[in-house]
Design a protein around this ligand. Structure first.
Ligand SMILES: Nc1ncnc2c1ncn2[C@@H]1O[C@H](COP(=O)(O)OP(=O)(O)OP(=O)(O)O)[C@@H](O)[C@H]1O
Ligand SMILES: [Mg+2]
Length: 321
């Protein structure tokens, strides 16, 4: 038995449980957020207002022993508002660095499509390299630095949609839906009983299961989750299947293959397994492929959706036994 992998599976199970003390329901969102963090990537979150996106990022930081911050993107936001600036200090006659919000572990970037391209790329560069350059000096970001970015609906006036190449840099797109009636009733009960999710978090009602420093070590354990040869081929064929589909104008690139492999591995570990199954691949195909596919306009006009097209691709590719 691989002890590091055993430890990872236990940490993931405990993280799930602790986050569940604050966030009601949204199990899939929680899993996908953990998959993003433990594979060392970043994710887009898509959801209506008030479904606990901010609360989720704060809770993740608490449980995983890191800190968190938030940037609200606006049309006048400058790259330096993200990375930081050197400010001249008259008392010491020296420049001191005022660090920007990227100097954190878990960053919520709200409505990234409300800022122009230059500002968006400052964030994307920090995400990719985990480094920022301020006045020609390079600064290292936290090794666990993870961005969760939300987007306004594209129809919204005055937005700058993320170019396809930049969306490809996010491992997953995580949809966040309204809670079910049962869950909303539970939320109402808690609010009235002064046990609101915010109060639980503020009162230290969730435990820390790991330190941000140890997270890096556990990430390596994912490499020992077995992906059998047939499953590697399955992953490749699913991604390639998006390229030939009649409803798709632009299919997913090779980065999607890598994303589907690593996220299927992490999903297997979350389910307590040491090996990937076809179900892991099917579960992760939606969040991996959704933001990497462009529909043909004539299909879009007819009301065909990307999830429908992904389901059709999954149906066409033979599943390994
Ligand atoms: N599933 C849930 N579990 C726990 N609390 C929830 C849930 N859904 C909503 N809430 C509550 O709803 C409120 C809004 O949460 P939050 O501010 O995190 O939403 P948001 O998605 O960031 O909203 P916005 O898009 O406006 O920024 C919080 O007070 C939180 O307690
Ligand atoms: Mg919010």
């Amino acid at each position: 038995m691989n002890t590091q992998l055993e430890q990872l599976k236990e940490i993931l199970a405990r993280s799930r449980a602790e986050i569940g003390k604050v966030i009601i329901g949204q199990e899939r969102v929680i899993d996908h957020a953990l998959i993003t963090i433990f594979t060392g990537h970043h994710a887009l979150i898509e959801g209506v207002p008030g479904v606990a996106k901010t609360l989720l990022v704060r809770t993740l930081a608490r449980v995983l022993g890191g800190d968190s911050s938030r940037i609200q993107f606006t049309p006048d936001l400058m790259p330096a508002d993200i990375t930081g600036t050197n400010v001249f200090n008259l008392q010491t006659n020296e420049f001191t660095l005022i660090k920007g919000p990227v100097f954190t572990d878990f960053l919520l970037a709200d409505e990234i499509n409300r800022a122009p391209a230059k500002t968006q790329s400052a964030l994307l560069q920090a995400m990719q390299e985990r480094l920022v350059t301020i006045d020609r000096e390079t600064h290292r970001l936290a090794p666990v630095f993870t961005v969760f970015a939300t987007q306004n609906p594209i129809e919204y006036e005055g937005t700058y949609p993320l170019p396809e190449a930049q969306k490809d840099r996010f491992l997953l797109k995580i949809p966040m839906d309204y809670p079910s009636r049962e869950e909303e009733l539970q939320l109402a009960d808690r609010m009235l009983g002064r046990e609101s999710p915010e109060n639980v978090l503020a009162a230290g009602g969730v435990g820390q299961v790991i330190g941000a420093e140890d997270l890096g070590l556990l990430r390596e354990a994912l490499e020992s989750v077995l992906v059998k040869e047939e499953l590697r081929a399955y992953v490749v064929d699913v991604v390639r299947g998006t390229r030939g589909h009649e409803g798709i104008l632009a299919g997913a690139g090779p980065r999607a293959t890598q994303a589907l492999l690593v996220s299927s591995r992490a999903r297997a570990a979350l389910e307590g397994r040491d090996f990937v199954t076809p179900d892991d691949v099917k579960e992760m195909a939606g969040p991996v492929l959704d933001h990497r596919i462009v529909l043909r306009p004539e299909f879009e006009i007819e009301g065909v959706t990307i999830p429908e097209v992904i389901a059709a691709v999954l149906k066409e590719v033979p599943v390994p036994r």
